[in-house]
Design a protein around this ligand. Structure first.
Ligand SMILES: NC(=O)c1ccc[n+]([C@@H]2O[C@H](COP(=O)([O-])OP(=O)(O)OC[C@H]3O[C@@H](n4cnc5c(N)ncnc54)[C@H](OP(=O)(O)O)[C@@H]3O)[C@@H](O)[C@H]2O)c1
Length: 262
C-alpha cells in the first residue's frame, strides 16, 4: 500500500472504458479503487497491480442505494483522500420502448442517473472541504442527439452531461474540477449487454478504440477542461454537427442504426 501515490476511484472500472481509464491512472502512477458487478473486478485489480500500483476492487450492484453507498464506504475505509473520481458505470438498453420491460428501464435510470447523483454527492462532499479534486463523469455522444430504440439510455446520458456542466460551474472557485467525457460508439461489451446485437451497433469493428477514448478522458480530466468527445476525428465532427442539426433529422438518422433487424 502507498500513502504517497494519488488515488483515483473508478466506478465500473472492471471492464470496458472504465477498465481502460483505470489503466490510464495506474500507468500515470495512481493507486486505483474500482467497482464492478461481477467477480472479474478482482482479476482486473490483479492486472492493474501489474502496472506497479495498488488496486482495490469492490463488487457491488450500482443499481441499488446500498451498492453505491457500499462502494463509497469501501473507498473511505481506505482512509486516503480521493484525488480523482471517475463516475463511469452505466448500462444501455436497446429495443422499442413499447416492448421493453419497465423494470429494465428503471434499472438503467437507477445506475446511470440516480447512482451518478448519489456517488457524486459523496465525492463532492469529500473533495470540496479539502479544496481539491477532479471529477470525470462519463456521458456519451448520445447526449447530443435523440436516441430512438435506446429511448431511455440517451436521455440518461444527456442528464450526465448537463449535470457535469452544471456542477462544474457551481464548483468553479472550490478547487474541484468537473469534466464530462462523451464517447462515441466504442468497442466494449456495452452494446451486446444492451441487447443491441441485431443493430449496426452489434458489430464492434467500426467503433472507436476504448484505449483511445480512455486516454482522451484521462487527458481532459487532468487538464480540467469542461468536456471532451471521446473517439476519432469523425466522432468529434459528429458532435459538432449535432449542435446545428434539427432533432427530428438526428432522430431519424439514429433510428436507422438502432432499430432492431427482424
Ligand atoms: N461503449 C460505448 O459505445 C459507449 C459510448 C458512449 C458512452 N459509454 C458510456 O461509457 C460507460 C462505460 O461503458 P462501457 O462501454 O465500458 O460498458 P461495459 O463494457 O458494459 O462496462 C460496464 C462496466 O460497468 C459495470 N457494471 C455494469 N452494471 C453494473 C451494476 N449493476 N453494478 C455494478 N457495476 C456494473 C461492469 O461490471 P462487470 O465488469 O462486472 O460486468 C463494467 O465494469 C457507460 O457509462 C456508458 O454509458 C459507452
Amino acid at each position: 500500500m502507498s500513502d504517497t501515490r494519488p488515488l483515483a476511484v473508478i466506478t465500473g472500472g472492471s471492464s470496458g472504458i472504465g477498465y481502460e481509464l483505470a489503466k490510464q491512472f495506474a500507468g500515470h502512477g495512481y493507486d486505483v479503487a474500482i467497482s464492478g458487478q461481477s467477480e472479474r473486478v478482482f482479476d482486473s485489480a490483479e492486472s492493474l497491480r501489474g502496472l506497479g500500483v495498488e488496486a482495490y476492487p469492490h463488487r457491488a450492484d450500482a443499481a441499488t442505494y446500498d451498492g453505491v453507498e457500499g462502494f463509497w464506504t469501501f473507498v473511505t475505509d481506505l482512509a486516503r483522500p480521493v484525488d480523482v473520481a471517475v463516475l463511469n458505470v452505466g448500462i444501455g438498453l436497446g429495443g422499442a420502448f413499447v416492448d421493453n420491460d419497465l423494470d429494465d428501464e428503471l434499472t438503467l435510470i437507477a445506475i446511470n442517473v440516480t447512482g451518478t447523483v448519489h456517488f457524486a454527492k459523496r465525492v463532492v462532499q469529500h473533495m470540496v472541504p479539502r479544496g481539491e479534486g477532479r471529477i470525470l463523469i462519463v456521458s456519451s455522444l448520445s447526449a447530443t442527439t435523440p436516441t430512438p430504440y435506446e429511448t431511455v439510455y440517451g436521455p440518461s446520458k444527456a442528464f450526465g452531461f448537463s449535470f457535469a456542466e452544471s456542477l462544474r460551474e457551481e464548483l468553479r472557485d472550490s478547487g474541484v474540477s468537473v469534466t464530462a467525457l462523451l464517447p462515441g460508439a466504442t468497442n466494449s461489451d456495452f452494446h451486446a449487454n444492451a441487447g443491441m446485437g441485431s443493430t449496426d451497433f452489434g458489430d464492434n469493428s467500426w467503433k472507436n478504440d476504448k484505449t483511445l477514448v480512455a486516454a482522451q478522458g484521462y487527458e481532459a480530466v487532468i487538464a480540467g477542461i469542461d468536456h471532451v468527445v471521446g473517439g476519432d476525428d469523425a466522432t468529434k465532427q459528429e458532435a459538432i454537427d449535432n449542435r446545428t442539426t434539427p432533432e427530428t433529422v438526428k432522430a431519424a438518422r439514429m433510428a436507422e442504426k438502432t432499430r432492431p433487424r427482424s
